[in-house]
Design a protein around this ligand. Structure first.
Ligand SMILES: [Zn+2]
Ligand SMILES: [Zn+2]
Length: 337
């Protein structure tokens, strides 16, 4: 197998040849068809997340086919298409796992961070955390659903939306999305499909991103330093920029919630208490549960979600990361081995 490997944080990934690993009990070997590039990968590569396994193969939006199965794997077949998300495994016994919050597990493994991920031709995965992907849609277009889509969905639920997965969602009607990258471009379509008014905030002056947001159903798009034309019921921040927290608090109405959807953010500047007053809330979203994934992957075909992707060969992983870092991408980057 070939893999793009991070040997030390803040260095370029290097292509390495390795023998294809054999799956242990409970594991599957996946022949990878596509792997999305997520902002979290940038945080791993840039050394902004503590204690990665090193060397590490990044990538946690894996779409591929089952090439081999270890002992005891149930419910999957050789050749079946599966997706592998960020949540690589959990302990199953800690208080979080036992209370339906496996996203907060005390002893988790994360794909592409603490176990090898999908910037490769092959990967091992714990079969219990993989999802069959029966829908007939292009491999590359499915990949971003596995993190951008899933974390977007969990953030959306945290914002109070998404109760009932029909076209008549309850919860916030005016929803702000700060940072219009891979996650927001998927979530905007879901929110618009559910009849919500989506307000998209981009880097100031980024007319292309604003036009992109409007094309996906946003009723308004502007710079993150602008106030929306109506007060928001809730806002989700996907950009890793702490200064957006007080800006979003300013834009939400009384009782409104600001959800931070990223794993890493620059420091949040101090702000006057009156921005939080009147029962506004700031919360973060961490990881995902398998229940989130099943719910979201069921909803995607109903909502007609399309993902806009830019394909890169596996060997161009460093270029894909650089384009994401510099904001040169519309939608999501996907590596094709
Ligand atoms: Zn646990
Ligand atoms: Zn991710």
């Amino acid at each position: 197998m070939r893999a793009m490997v991070l040997e030390r944080p803040r260095t370029a990934l290097v292509m390495r040849e390795r023998p294809a690993p054999a799956p242990a009990a409970g594991e599957i070997l996946i022949e990878i068809a596509a792997c999305g590039v997520c902002r979290t990968d940038l945080h791993v590569v840039d050394g902004e997340l503590p204690n990665p396994k090193l060397p590490i193969v990044p990538g946690h939006e894996i779409v591929g086919r089952v090439a081999a199965m270890g002992a005891g794997v149930a419910g999957l077949a050789i050749g079946e298409r599966v997706g592998v998300p960020w949540l690589g495994s959990t302990c199953g016994v800690c208080p979080y796992c036992r209370s339906g919050r496996e996203n907060l597990c005390d002893r988790p493994l994360f794909t592409g961070y603490t176990r090898d991920g999908g910037y490769a031709t092959h990967a091992l995965a714990d079969a219990r955390y993989c999802f069959p992907l029966p829908e007939r849609r292009d491999d590359a277009e499915v990949a971003p659903l596995l993190c951008a889509g899933l974390i977007g969905w969990r953030s959306y639920r945290m914002a109070g939306a998404g109760e009932g997965t029909g076209a008549k969602g309850t919860g916030p009607q005016a929803l702000g999305l700060y940072g219009f990258g891979a996650a927001a471009h998927i979530l905007a379509q879901v929110a618009a499909w559910q009849g919500r008014r989506v307000y998209a905030f981009t880097r100031s002056g980024d007319a292309a991103a604003q036009a992109f947001a409007r094309s996906l159903g946003a009723v308004w798009a502007g710079g993150s330093d602008e106030m929306p034309p109506e007060p928001l019921d809730a806002a989700i921040i996907f950009a890793p920029v702490g200064a957006l927290v007080p800006m979003a608090l300013k834009a939400v109405k009384k009782g409104g919630r600001v959800v931070c959807g990223g794993i890493h953010m620059t420091d949040i500047p101090s702000f006057p208490y009156r921005l939080l007053w009147e029962e506004r809330q700031v919360v973060s979203v961490a990881n995902l549960t398998r229940a989130d994934a099943r719910e979201f992957l069921t909803l995607v075909p109903q909502a007609g979600v399309k993902s806009e992707v830019t394909r890169y060969p596996l060997a161009a992983a460093n270029e894909a990361l650089a384009d994401l870092r510099e904001g040169r991408l519309q939608g999501a980057a996907v590596l094709m081995p």
